[in-house]
Design a protein around this ligand. Structure first.
Ligand SMILES: [Zn+2]
Length: 105
């Protein structure tokens, strides 16, 4: 994961307040979740798998897998902002209605 200190390293939202000295995270919830790297990797690979090179909304893709909304959209943001594996048409922050797709390789 690339260094990006302007966003929470778990949920990918803009970081206004850092709650940990060790991690760049926005909340106690994200601080707890970022420690589970196995879970993060599993969710990231599932989220990548349901995406295609066509545009779909976050919400529609989330319906295809059994991952809670918060963890799903957090993964989407990580894959867009940190890993560069997904794209968005959104100029604003990513939400459930944002259109996303896989980066064509
Ligand atoms: Zn967060």
């Amino acid at each position: 994961m690339s260094e990006n200190n302007t966003r929470c390293n778990y949920c990918g939202r803009t970081l206004y307040k850092q709650v940990s000295e060790k991690y760049f995270v926005c909340s106690q919830k994200c601080k707890r979740l970022i420690k589970n790297s196995t879970y993060i990797e599993t969710v990231d690979s599932l989220v990548l798998r349901v995406n295609s090179t066509k545009w779909s909304t976050v919400d529609d893709l989330n319906k295809k897998v059994d991952i809670n909304k918060f963890d799903f959209i957090s993964s989407v943001r990580r894959l867009i902002y940190f890993k560069g594996l997904l794209l968005t048409k959104e100029k604003k922050e990513i939400n459930q209605k944002s259109l996303i797709s896989k980066v064509k390789i």
